[in-house]
Design a protein around this ligand. Structure first.
Ligand code: ATP
Ligand code: MG
Length: 197
């Protein structure tokens, strides 16, 4: 069977990347028969950067690279970091589509993030250039704006968030099984999240 290359774009701050992200990426890749899923590291997560200190982009990239190393079909994306400035998925898709003509793009969004798609910059461009994929908890189809056409994919939803992980680092609770070992090593090597202080 020949066909167009199908690539999923899974954007995030990944501060840090955790097993919830990885389980999602692997399951969406399988369900939609994608050649690749790119975990695209936001340079400046503009919807978040006002509130707290975000870990430097290159440290977050190093963690994501460690997370996907050796995982079939998952890759770390650095395009938003190389481009600099605020990270809008619309811009990322424009750049990727220019550089890789003939690829079919799938924008992968968790159910929480999908609910606020309307707040995205130039969402109409995202819809033009890619299929929208929402990741549903098993048995629960997310109720979303009918203004957009969604591809629903079910994936086990692990109740883990980067916010919770950062708090765990700070007060010394165990991180075992919540981040992968290679990610934990990068955190220790680089002294992120106050580790080693
Ligand atoms: P934070 O707590 O800082 O918001 P996060 O854990 O939500 O971090 P993000 O980098 O904000 O991670 O999320 C990137 C993408 O991953 C979003 O589409 C989000 O919906 C999705 N996501 C976040 N946590 C999970 C999880 N546990 N399982 C599946 N998808 C998730
Ligand atoms: Mg989040």
């Amino acid at each position: 069977m020949t066909g167009r290359t199908r690539i999923g774009l899974f954007g995030g701050t990944f501060d840090p990347p955790h097993v919830g992200h990885l389980v999602t990426a692997v399951n969406v890749r399988h369900a939609l028969n994608l050649d690749q899923v790119v975990l695209m590291v936001a340079n400046d997560p503009w919807q978040k950067s006002g509130g707290r200190e975000v870990t430097p982009a290159l440290d977050r990239l190093a963690m994501v690279e460690a997370a996907v190393a050796g995982v079939d079909g998952l890759v770390a994306g650095r395009d938003e970091i190389d481009r600099g400035g605020p990270s809008f998925t619309a811009d990322t898709l424009v750049h990727l589509a220019e550089r890789h003509p003939g690829v079919e793009w799938y924008t992968i969004i968790g159910d929480d993030a999908a609910a606020s798609l309307d707040s995205w910059e130039r969402v109409e461009q995202v819809v033009d250039l890619s299929y929208l994929v929402v990741v549903d908890r098993p048995g629960h189809q997310a109720a979303l704006s009918t203004r957009y056409e969604w591809i629903h994919v079910e994936s086990p939803r692990l109740e883990v968030s980067s916010t919770d992980l950062r708090a765990r680092f700070l007060d010394g609770r165990p991180l075992d099984y919540l981040v992968t070992e290679p990610v934990r090593r990068v955190i220790i090597e680089r002294g992120l999240y106050g580790v080693g202080r």
